[in-house]
Design a protein around this ligand. Structure first.
Ligand code: 3PY
Ligand code: MG
Length: 267
């Protein structure tokens, strides 16, 4: 079976830096896959992406050695199993709040006797190799998100759940859970303290700590702190920031006032 590059990096104690896909097209995925990042996540929770969009995006990522991940819309076994069958080498499961929910996510990622994943690999056989089922349980990454009030309270029981490879922080939902505005790259002291507590719990339990950012400044901060999984660049923000920065350099012309979300905001 083709190895999961980010699991290999984690075994070597190295951080894996990734990107985020919310634009539902295989070409956007292919462009992002050729930027040198270690992993890309197809976001089916908040991205404009359905299963029929995700499959060709997985194929596009497969033109490289980048590890293809999918954030599923919810902790729902049937979708977790479907995206793994289609070639995701890991899932990011949002809003995991307690041990039972973490166990549910893990069970959907692992074949019996370790879990309840149903047998039916399809596209993944062509990507991974014919011996996929034999090694899938070791190579597939189960990443659970900690970003709810209950999840913060029960971080230790979630992170210590057998089979959880990484705990991934969604900074904006985490902020909401703390009663703060949903800011991504967040310097609010209570946010920092909660991020630090999740990182410490991951270190205690030998689980990789992951976090979403919108900038190299915050990605670097988290890598330096010991996060093993850091999201540096979403497709949407990269596109918007580049065009705005280049447009701002022109003289003798002014850009129209943009309508809608600031490029750095959102999830
Ligand atoms: C959050 O900020 O809550 C996220 O889930 C990031 O994608
Ligand atoms: Mg979130």
């Amino acid at each position: 079976m083709r190895r999961n590059r980010i699991k290999q990096l984690w075994r070597e104690g190295k951080p894996a830096v990734g990107g985020w896909l919310s634009i539902p097209h295989c070409f956007a995925a292919e462009v992002m896959a050729h930027t040198g990042l270690d992993w890309l996540c197809i976001d089916m929770q908040h991205g404009c992406i359905d299963y029929s969009d995700a499959v060709p995006m997985l194929t596009a990522i497969s033109t490289t050695d980048v590890t293809p991940l999918v954030r599923v819309p919810w902790n729902e076994p049937s979708m977790i199993m479907k995206v793994l069958d289609a070639g995701a080498y890991g899932v990011i499961v949002p809003m995991v709040s307690n041990r039972a929910e973490a166990e549910r996510a893990v069970a959907a990622c692992r074949y019996p006797p370790h879990g309840m994943r149903s047998n039916g690999p399809n596209r993944v056989l062509y990507y991974a190799g014919a011996d996929y089922q034999k090694h899938a349980d070791e190579e597939v990454a189960c990443v659970v998100m900690i970003e709810t009030p209950e999840g913060i309270e029960k971080m230790d029981e979630i992170i210590s759940t057998p089979g959880v490879d990484a705990a991934y922080i969604g900074p904006t939902d985490l902020a909401l859970a703390l009663g703060l505005p949903p800011v991504m790259d967040n310097d609010e002291p209570r946010h920092i303290a909660t991020v630090d507590a999740i990182l410490a719990s991951c270190k205690r339990h030998g689980v990789v700590a992951g976090i979403h950012t919108n900038s190299s400044k915050f990605s670097q901060r988290y890598i330096d702190q010991g996060f093993g999984m850091v999201m540096l660049a979403p497709d949407r923000v990269a596109m918007s920031n580049y065009v705005k920065a280049e447009a701002a350099r022109l003289t003798g012309w002014s850009p129209m006032k943009p309508v809608g979300a600031p490029s750095g905001g959102g999830y």
